[in-house]
Design a binder for this molecule. Structure first.
Ligand code: ADP
Ligand code: NI
Length: 214
């Protein structure tokens, strides 16, 4: 028996201080979507899927001061909640390899469970929610919305990924519009079609209003 309430409470406590788009509402949406994708995928360990979705941001260095300490605390929280050592190792391998940043420049191999959680996390970065999160992130980091004179960077790398000299609108061209083609499962790809259209419509409207055309 896994104590999901305890694991969820742990993840909630880690994300409590976040105002940059990684709050617990993000975790809850990723859990719901990962469960939905798991239900359509035979042969996955759904406990590993749900645990990885729940824990995926609990030791990220953008959210915690000391990632190594936070990782060992995450390990303990999973053991205390009743996950087996094997399941914990599977969850840790997923979290270590699923992030966009970890995959810049090199593709990381992921288990089937990891592919579902990565898709759920990426779906939450696109569409209407993705637009909202991008502006939350921009606001939290003191970024600007838009600068028509500043071209998007052609390639993101681990070293320029967190550079401040970009804008929220550029982030759509540098990352968000590309996520659709990086999804693993056909179920997620199908959901991404509509979300992509929502972003494209938003960008067209944004620029038209910016230029005083509408
Ligand atoms: P990952 O969780 O894969 O490491 P990030 O932490 O970079 O990805 O992204 C988390 C959220 O913050 C996403 O919704 C993403 O779009 C947003 N975000 C990240 N970087 C920026 C940025 N430079 N401008 C606007 N939004 C951003
Ligand atoms: Ni996430």
């Amino acid at each position: 028996m896994i104590d999901w309430q305890a694991l969820t409470a742990y993840a909630r406590s880690v994300s409590a201080q976040d105002h940059s788009g990684h709050g617990f509402d993000h975790i809850e949406r990723v859990i719901v979507m990962a469960k939905r994708l798991a239900a359509e995928t035979p042969g996955v360990d759904s406990a590993v899927v749900v645990a990885a979705a729940t824990m995926h941001d609990t030791y990220d260095d953008k959210l915690v001061d000391n990632a190594a300490t936070a990782k060992s605390a995450a390990n303990h929280a999973m053991a205390a909640a009743g996950l087996t050592d094997e399941q914990i190792q599977a969850v840790i391998a997923i979290i270590d390899h699923m992030s966009f940043k970890a995959n810049l420049g090199k593709h990381q191999a992921l288990s089937l469970e990891g592919q579902l959680v990565q898709d759920a996390d990426r779906l939450d970065a696109i569409g209407a929610i993705g637009i909202g999160r991008a502006f939350m992130y921009g606001g939290a980091h003191g970024g600007r919305m838009y600068d028509p004179a500043l071209a998007p960077r052609t390639a993101l790398t681990p070293s320029n990924y967190r550079d401040k000299d970009s804008t929220v609108i550029n982030h759509f061209y540098e990352k968000l519009l590309k996520l659709k083609d990086q999804l693993n499962t056909s179920a997620a790809k199908q959901l991404a079609e509509h979300r992509q259209q929502v972003m494209e419509d938003f960008l067209a409207e944004f620029k038209a209003e910016w230029g005083g055309e509408r």
